[in-house]
Design a protein around this ligand. Structure first.
Ligand SMILES: Cc1cc2nc3c(=O)[nH]c(=O)nc-3n(C[C@H](O)[C@H](O)[C@H](O)COP(=O)(O)O)c2cc1C
Length: 311
């Protein structure tokens, strides 16, 4: 089921979400071989960072809670990974973050020189310039980061990854589009949430609070994609809680162009991509329809016709 996305050809609409499988070329290659159309790297930051203490990830059955804390070797300390990735045979989406607009720009410029197919900016991390706010919750700061990064990455398409913590995610998406973002990825983890061990009476995560992912956040992700689809004309990567082909169908009906999978890898292994593709194709076949015909279907036929989405 090949398709075009921002000028690149992908073998199918499934995307590995950032952060769940790291940045090792062999692992990313295996994900692609196992049916993933576009592979996203773990977010790369401006300086070496250990992340939070263990425990950092807990499986709650209905999904996961994590406070990994964006561990990164820092963009300048990944020469081995970059060298290995030079000879890759799969489409690569490089995810980056920073603590200020200038840091985003520095990391983006460096990463762009490594020629990934796309650059995704994770604007869900604390913004030191605005005293701990998150870039992705303010239209102005989202606009500032996107325009700054856009200036330094040449013709590499930019994807802005948004947080459901924004009071109105559609407005943030619109600001990113106005600043030159080529696509939107939604959503990052929801929350924050907390789980307490009732025997020790203490929060289980060392960082106490964490982001929620997996099946329990799917309705939030679907609502965010639905709202964003109504607000922008750039394509959307719908992400959050997808573990089956039917989940992917729902995300596409909300308006997603591509569908991301993160926590699902934990539940169904990396074969999840092959399985979801098969389930998605089987559903389309059984309903005698295509991806294009169902995209945005939840908005009604006229709404989709009037959009003329860019690809
Ligand atoms: C353990 C873990 C680490 C993550 N690390 C990152 C990251 O480095 N950058 C990022 O943009 N998102 C990160 N995410 C968020 C995922 O990419 C995704 O947006 C979120 O988990 C929702 O999708 P899912 O329900 O399919 O997991 C992480 C999620 C998890 C569970």
């Amino acid at each position: 089921m090949t398709l075009h996305f921002l000028g690149k050809t992908l073998k199918n609409p499934l995307v590995l979400a950032s952060g769940v499988l790291g940045n090792n070329k062999q692992i990313l290659e295996r994900v692609h071989e196992n049916g993933c159309g576009l592979v996203t790297m773990k977010s790369i930051g401006p300086a070496p960072r250990d992340g939070h203490k263990n425990p950092t990830v807990i499986d709650l059955g209905c999904g996961m809670i994590n406070a990994v804390g964006l561990p990164t070797p820092g963009y300048a300390h990944m020469e081995e990974e970059w060298q290995a990735l030079e000879t890759r045979t799969f489409p690569l989406n490089a995810s980056i973050y920073g603590g200020s607009v200038a840091e985003y720009q520095t990391v983006a410029k460096f990463v762009a020189a490594k020629h990934p197919d796309f650059i995704e900016i994770n604007i869900s991390c604390p913004n030191s310039e605005q005293h701990g706010m998150i870039f992705g919750v303010s239209e102005q700061s989202a606009f500032d980061v996107v325009s700054a990064v856009k200036q330094v990455i040449g013709d590499i398409p930019l994807i802005a990854k948004l947080t459901p913590q924004a009071p109105d995610i559609a407005k943030i998406a619109k600001a990113c589009e106005a600043a030159g973002s080529d696509a939107i990825c939604a959503i990052n983890t929801a929350g924050p949430g907390m789980v307490i061990d009732i025997e020790s009476k203490m929060p289980i995560l060392a960082f106490k609070k964490g982001g929620l992912s997996g099946p329990m956040i799917r309705p939030i992700a679907v609502r965010c994609v639905y709202d964003i689809f109504q607000a922008v004309s750039i394509p959307i990567i719908g992400l959050g809680g997808v573990t089956t082909g039917k989940d992917a169908v729902e995300m596409i009906m909300a308006g997603a162009h591509l569908v991301g999978i993160g926590s699902g890898v934990r539940y169904r292994g990396i074969e999840i991509f092959k399985k979801v593709n098969q389930e998605l194709n089987a559903w389309l076949c059984a309903h005698d329809t295509t991806l294009e015909q169902i995209r945005g279907a939840a908005h009604g036929r006229d709404a989709v016709k009037n959009k003329g989405q860019a690809q």
